[in-house]
Every structure is written in C-alpha cells, then in structure tokens.
Design a protein around this ligand. Structure first.
Ligand code: LRH
Ligand code: MN
Length: 388
C-alpha cells in the first residue's frame, strides 16, 4: 500500500522551474499576439515567475534566455529574484537569431561564425557564474535543409569541438544540459536530432554533461518514457522542458494535449527515484502562451505536473513489482490505470493548505486582481518577446 505521508512529502519537495520567455509575447510565423500586462524586461519576467511560485509553492526558480534576458548587472537580477522569493535557474544561450547563423552556429562551415557562437556560449557560462546558476542549457537550431548542403560528419566534429571548449570553461558546480530536437527550424538534418546523439556527445564530454528531454521534440508516436527510463538508468537524464503538443513543437501547456503521456513519464521517474533531490533532475517548463493569459497558464501548467506526479506516486510499487515478476500483464497494467484514474485534486488541495497557500491557485489568482494591477502598472515601454 502506498504511504500517504511519503506521497505528500514528495509533492511538497517538488521543484518546477518556469521559463522567463513564456511570460513575454510569443506566437508563430503567422502572428505574435501582444497581450496587456506583459513584462517589458527581465526584472518584470522574474516578478511574474515569483507570482507563479506565490500561488503554487513549488516553482521557486526561473530559467533565463540570453540575450532576451540580458541586463547590465546579472548579479543584481539574481538579487532581485531573491527579494521576490525565487532564484535564477538555467541559463539558455541563444545562437539562433542572427543573420550570421543562417547556416548554423557552432556547426557553421565558417570558423569565424563558429567562434562568434562559442564566444556567446562562454559569455553565458560567465552569466551563470554571476547569477549563481548551476545549469547551462544548450539547444542548437543548427542543421541543414537539403541533402548535400553540408557534411553531416564535419558538422558533428564542429559541434563536439564547441561543446568541449564550453564544458572546459564551466566551473565545477555547473552542468551542461544538451537538448535535442527532431526538426525545425532545419528540415533535413538537425545536428542534435535525437536523444541518442545528445547522449553520445554527453558521454564524450564528461559526468557534468546530461541530456535534456523537451517533450515536444520527438517524432509523433515516440515512446518518451522509454527514453526517460533509459537515461535515468544511465544517470544521464539532466532534465526536462515540459510542454505538450498535438502535432509538432506546439509548446502548449504541459499535460494539456496528453495527460496520460505525462503520467507515464512521471511514473518512470518515480519508479527510478528521479524525484529524489539527489537525482538532480531539473524539471523545467518550456512553453509559449500565444493566445492565453500567461501567468494563469503557467499556474495551470505547474498544477498539471503536480497532478501527474501525485498519480504516479500513488502507484502501488510493491504490488506492481509482484505482478510484473509474475507476468500478470493485466494486473500490472491495472495498477497503473488505478493510479491514473485517481482524482488527486483533493489531496493536492489539502497539501496546499498545509503549505499555507490557497487550495485552488487558479481561482485565488483571479480573485487577487493581480492581472488588473499589472495591466495598470505596465503601460508604455516595449513588451518583451522573442524578438525574432
Ligand atoms: C527550441 C526550444 C529551446 C529553446 C526555445 C525557447 O524549440 O525548445 O529549448 O531555447 O525552444
Ligand atoms: Mn525546449
């Protein structure tokens, strides 16, 4: 039988990092819709992340993206984060938005462009030192659009060289997470297209290089929880960019499109001890709220992760092991479905009350009038966005 105290203790200790860029305007190539009350700078994005933490209690850090969140004094931004009750998390370099990067950044045929990209990665290591961040989160838009456009092997050599130089520049308390993506913005090859490519580079680099799983970056039908289980066993699962999708990299609210998939992923994590702080799995969100209000969408997303985690924690692991070892196929599957079909909202509401926060964060946020205050305060100035 599952120990309820252990379940609530694990949920209370859960930490979900929100992405600064989800608080700014975002969209598709067709349109970026501006919304009232959107932050105008990194300080206001940190304020919004602090608001999500205030209403959920389990989102005490915010990931930065450079240059979208570049400020004059990153240590001061870290101090501000502390003052509003959170801390700065993963540092995400951006080597995908300059004309020089048309044929790639660290994989570009032109050594001068590769140098420029590497310099930005090294700058982000320094920013991480200034903010006290321990994660350098790398994603490269690098790839090709047509067969023959470039040498796949040569691009891997260039990638390995840049990763090694960046790894060597990281202080001992920093780790590198390497994110993969099947396609977009490149449509023939991506230089880090799948978990295997990321894993192989991480093995070459060293212990402090791990794979980042963005749940929107796989071919349709991919069994993501298999990848998660494999990487946990290999101690190379560095973290997640949680979101959900119906078709491609839709970056929708995690759990919105496929709550059962999120549950299956959290089940593998729980069974492998991946929730334990020492497993050091970075649970981060990476989403774009193109049409919906951003702070409530982020609160909803944190709640979706909590609900999937609570269900996974309710799986009777002892009974499951017995059923699995006895080849009791239906019995084993039923144990998971029982947990998945359990309404965990009352348990989470009770936990929030124990944590001194409102049992219904979404309703509490709307009742707070916070949005109306932001709309009134944040008049004028340029709203933050992807600047694409
Ligand atoms: C690429 C990605 C990556 C980011 C960006 C915001 O699709 O998932 O993690 O840098 O989105
Ligand atoms: Mn991502």
């Amino acid at each position: 039988m599952t120990d309820r105290a252990a379940v609530t203790a694990a949920l209370r200790a859960q930490r979900i990092e929100t992405p600064s860029w989800a608080y700014g305007n975002s969209g598709t190539r067709f349109k970026v819709f501006a919304q009232e009350g959107v932050p105008r700078n990194a300080y206001e994005k940190v304020d919004d992340a602090a608001t999500v933490h205030r209403f959920t209690g389990v989102a005490p850090s915010v990931a930065l993206h450079i240059p979208w969140d570049r400020v004059d004094d990153h240590a001061d931004l870290a101090k501000h984060a502390q003052e509003v009750g959170i801390r700065l998390g993963a540092i995400n370099p951006n080597v995908f938005q300059e004309d020089d990067y048309r044929l790639g950044s660290v994989c570009n045929p032109d050594p001068a462009v590769r140098r420029k990209a590497l310099d930005h990665l090294l700058e982000c290591v320094e920013i991480g030192v200034a903010t006290g961040s321990t994660i350098l989160s790398l994603w490269f838009a690098d790839g090709t659009n047509y067969p023959g456009q470039d040498s796949i092997q040569a691009r891997q050599d260039r990638l390995a060289e840049a990763l090694a130089a960046t790894y060597a520049a990281m202080p001992a308390n920093m780790r590198m997470l390497l994110e993969y993506k099947l396609f977009e913005p490149a449509f023939y090859t991506m230089d880090v297209p799948d978990w295997g490519t990321s894993y192989a580079h991480c093995l070459t680099l060293g212990e402090r290089a791990q794979v980042l799983v963005d749940t929107g970056h796989h071919a349709p039908g991919t069994n993501i929880e298999f990848i998660v289980a494999f990487l946990l066993r290999a101690r190379r699962l560095g973290g997640f960019h949680f979101n959900s999708r119906f078709y491609a990299d839709d970056d929708l609210m995690v759990g919105a499109a496929d709550p059962f998939q999120l549950f299956r992923i959290m089940h593998e994590i729980v069974q492998a001890g991946g929730l334990d702080p020492e497993a050091d799995v970075a649970f981060m969100l990476d989403q774009c709220h193109n049409i919906e209000p951003k702070i409530p969408a982020m609160i909803r997303s944190v709640l979706n992760v909590q609900e999937a985690t609570a269900k996974a924690l309710l799986v009777d692991s002892d009974a499951l092991r017995v059923a699995q070892e006895n080849g009791d196929v239906l019995g084993a599957n039923a144990l998971l479905m029982d947990a998945f079909n359990t309404d965990v909202r009352p348990l989470l509401a009770e936990l929030r009350e124990e944590m001194g926060i409102d049992p219904d964060p979404i309703a509490a946020y709307h009742r707070s009038g916070h949005h109306e205050r932001l709309v009134a305060e944040r008049r004028g100035g340029a709203q933050a966005g992807w600047g694409a």
